[in-house]
Design a protein around this ligand. Sequence first.
Ligand SMILES: [Zn+2]
Length: 300
Amino acid sequence: MADATPAASPLRRHMIDDMTLRNLSPATQRSYLHAVAKFSRYFDRSPDRLGPEDVRAFQVYLVSRGISWPALNQTVCALRFFCGVTLNRAEIPERTAYARAPGKLPTIPSADEVVHFLEAVPSLKERAALTTAHAAGLRASEAVSLKVADIFRRHGPAYVQAHDGHLGRVERRVMSATELCRTAALGGHVEGCRACGAVRVACNSCRNRHCPKCQSAVARDWLEARATDLLPVPYFHVVFTLPARIAPTFARQAHEHSPPCSNPLATSPIYTHPKNAGTTSRLPDMSQVSLETLYRVSSQ
Ligand SMILES: [Zn+2]
């Protein structure tokens, strides 16, 4: 809310009310009031006693002082609002022109700079998103609302045609399920809230285990559950290669002793869960994940 102190003049109060009625933002209101006050001070008269020639003279004065074009146009906006709305003198805005702001060319990085930038993004997922946004020329708002299903619908048929010999039945089924997930093609159901009675009709999901829409919540829950198993100490992902002489021994013992799971993150609670504190982890277990092992390393 702009200045609404009791000391505000009736004219200022009137302008504030006009801006509030039109839901102008507090920042815009402050900017408009500042511009009109500056206009009034320049002529040392109440702004309601100034006419279109005075507005023009004020514009010439501002330009001579080197005001930026955006700032000049902001002042013009304020004076047009004050004269046209608060004073109800439509002839002044009609004669008060905006300045044409010089266009600016955006800075376009070279192909090498783009590659260098994308290679510096550590996360594969984020790199894929940024690469897609750059390749398609997407705005930030368009990039964040882009879904895998959108890409499959638009470019899936051409991709399938180009890679016909390399795509199996499973891959094609995943693409199809992702495209159809939560669309009318899979039918719908009615969801209701017993507490408030609200109901809504929702499209059915595909339930494919590779569908990003269906599995995002599952993946989030799984990660949160794993996080509760971790101790509040730093963790390091260590990758190493065993000497060829002992690698077969590790591989055999890992197969015999490790739990039936090949996911490195899923095995980490074995070493970190409080109930295992004090026990000695068997080294063969660590080789289970194809020599990629998640170690817990104390900060001590
Ligand atoms: Zn789905």
